[in-house]
Design a protein around this ligand. Structure first.
Ligand code: NAL
Length: 318
């Protein structure tokens, strides 16, 4: 199925694949085709976000209504600032996603998360979830805190509840969201809601090779980086010879190059090579393709992706 391949492409996993296939081939919309992702509003939108936005565009193409949750209360509970500061970042994030070309409905969590029924459901979920499970689901998501707060365990309950309140059929997120999503699949069938399908995207490593690409760490390629920034960042990025695991440049090559991809080199450095698939490129790298050759390909590809976004952002005065 063509639509299924499009939706699955470049994801790490889909939990509920068979249900998704069924939805995609059902013209009667027995189950409303709504796909959603939530973001804690952030000061920098980077290529990790774009991987997810691109996936939402795939879902839109496959016939889904796309909902973007600007998760202001979630960011607030996760100690990202005052509600006012967070909402301002939310507006900025929405504009960047629009500049990326995403057509979607945008909603702030605070528009419905104070409702009486919503609140009662959070209490119900609080009774059904162990503290241990709630904290585990937040392992990668919660901000570091020497004295963790109760807010940390309220957060996943609200995320589960959002899936019900936004009538989500397909919940999308990075792999770090999977424990919350698995909790949602377990709990929601007892809350008068159908088990959500969950699609997880890869989480890119930071350009410094330390942890994940993150707005707070500056180890990223931003949606509005200039060509010179991109060239400099990639040139200086961690890219260990012959090594695949935790290699941010190879990861970007995996998810952002168009295959077949061509490496252009002068004859004296070995001449041009065409890689038909990522797997071919990875094999060549493990066998000794020079990091500089890989970096040149990746920098060119990133510039091609970022330039129209950056231009659009300038045009929109973001
Ligand atoms: C994602 C986040 C917050 C609430 C959500 C509700 C429904 C679906 C996805 C959601 C943000 C996410 C993050 N936890 O770490 O950015």
């Amino acid at each position: 199925n063509e639509k299924f391949d499009l939706v699955k492409r470049n994801s790490v996993e889909i939990i509920g694949e068979d249900e998704l296939k069924e939805m995609l081939s059902d013209e009667t919309n027995k189950r409303e085709k709504i796909a959603y992702i939530g973001f804690e509003p952030s000061g920098k939108i980077h290529m990790g976000h774009y991987l997810q936005i691109r996936k939402m565009m795939d879902l839109h193409k496959a016939g889904f209504k796309v909902v973007i949750l600007l998760a202001d209360f979630h960011a607030y509970l996760n100690q990202k600032g005052t509600l006012e500061e967070i909402r301002e970042l939310g507006e900025y994030n929405r504009s960047v996603f629009e500049a990326m070309g995403l057509e979607a409905d945008y909603v702030y969590g605070s528009e419905y998360q104070l409702g009486a029924q919503y609140t009662e459901d959070v209490y119900k979920l609080a009774l059904k979830t162990t503290l241990k499970r709630a904290r585990r689901s937040m392992e990668v998501i919660a901000r570091e805190d020497d004295n963790p707060k109760v807010a940390e365990v309220v957060y996943p309950l609200m995320q589960v509840n959002d899936i019900k309140y936004l009538k989500v059929a397909v919940a999308v997120g990075g792999m770090e969201q999977r424990k919350i999503h698995v909790l949602a699949r377990e709990l929601l069938p007892n809350m008068d809601f159908e088990t959500p399908i969950c699609l997880h995207n890869p989480v890119l490593s930071g350009l410094d090779g330390v942890g994940k690409m993150s707005s707070s760490k500056g180890n990223l390629i931003a949606a509005d980086d200039e060509d010179s920034d991109i060239n400099k960042k990639i040139k200086e990025a961690y890219c260990p010879m012959k090594e695949v695991s935790g290699n941010p440049i190879l990861e970007i090559a995996h998810y952002y190059l168009d295959y077949p991809a061509e490496l252009k080199r002068p004859e004296k450095y070995g001449g041009n090579i065409v890689f038909n698939t990522y797997e071919e490129l990875e094999k060549a790298y493990v066998e000794g393709l020079h990091p500089m050759d890989l970096k040149n390909m990746v920098a060119e590809a990133m510039i091609k992706i970022v330039t129209p976004i950056r231009e659009k952002m300038k045009e929109m005065n973001i």
